[in-house]
Design a protein around this ligand. Sequence first.
Ligand SMILES: NC(=O)c1ccc[n+]([C@@H]2O[C@H](COP(=O)([O-])OP(=O)(O)OC[C@H]3O[C@@H](n4cnc5c(N)ncnc54)[C@H](O)[C@@H]3O)[C@@H](O)[C@H]2O)c1
Length: 266
Amino acid sequence: MPELDGRTAVITGAGSGIGRGIALVFAERGAEVVVADIDPAAAESVADEVRALGGTAHAVQADVTERESTDGLLTASLEACGRIDILVNNAGVGGAPGWWERSSPTPEDWEATYDVNVIGIVNVTSSFQDHLQERRAGRVINIASAAGRRGAGGFAHYSASKAAAINVSQGFALQLAGHNVNVNCICPGLLWTPLWEKIAERDLIKSGETAQTGRQVFDERLERSTPLGREQTPEDVGKLAAFLASDRAKNVTGQSINLNGGSYVN
Ligand SMILES: NC(=O)c1ccc[n+]([C@@H]2O[C@H](COP(=O)([O-])OP(=O)(O)OC[C@H]3O[C@@H](n4cnc5c(N)ncnc54)[C@H](O)[C@@H]3O)[C@@H](O)[C@H]2O)c1
């Protein structure tokens, strides 16, 4: 029997990149998924992909920065699935709109990363907390970043938000452990998603380099920083999240797990 058979999962930011990968792996392993995203068309498109593969998916539009919207996500998820077992807080941004065109972060970039990458986790988890506590069997998985493990020159607003996401995960883990709700965090390294395409574009604008492509910028970073020499994929993150959501991880909580090809070890 697939290990997530009969489970229900809500994944935020699932209309793209890593969140999409998690939704596809969860569905493949038997979970019914709620594909939540601020972009309703992107959410619907990933839900369609899951259905085309034989899974069950519901698309819900939700903005994780607004508590009213995350309360609405809870209501819509319960209407669709009846109960929720797994919550994945994946939605994240690199700054305020257009951040990749700026050479250094503005106050709006600091605010936007904190709003989505930190308060987003707090809002969604708080909306779902009572439900997860009552069921005494919940799993919360937060997607932080390798960037949250140490400061990043020129991208400190993002790395600081991810460091906070790791710490917030630890706090929720301790708070919810008495209700048999496990909370863990994944720190991915380098994945070629729309987010990283924007990071590469920003690097190219900053350097004035015109001969290189964004993908080349990514590959150079990968070669410099990753001992295993391989990029990580959304499917890799989906598999680790599936483990954390499964019975095999029933005694794992409060942990931040690196998935980075060895770029940072601890
Ligand atoms: N790509 C990487 O190399 C990498 C590495 C480490 C961590 N991460 C983290 O993984 C997560 C996913 O990143 P990705 O690379 O897939 O990026 P992405 O840009 O491809 O996807 C992010 C998704 O989040 C959604 N989103 C943005 N703001 C939202 C909001 N307010 N409410 C709801 N949804 C919102 C977007 O619409 C998009 O679908 C992020 O938290 C990111 O910080 C990415």
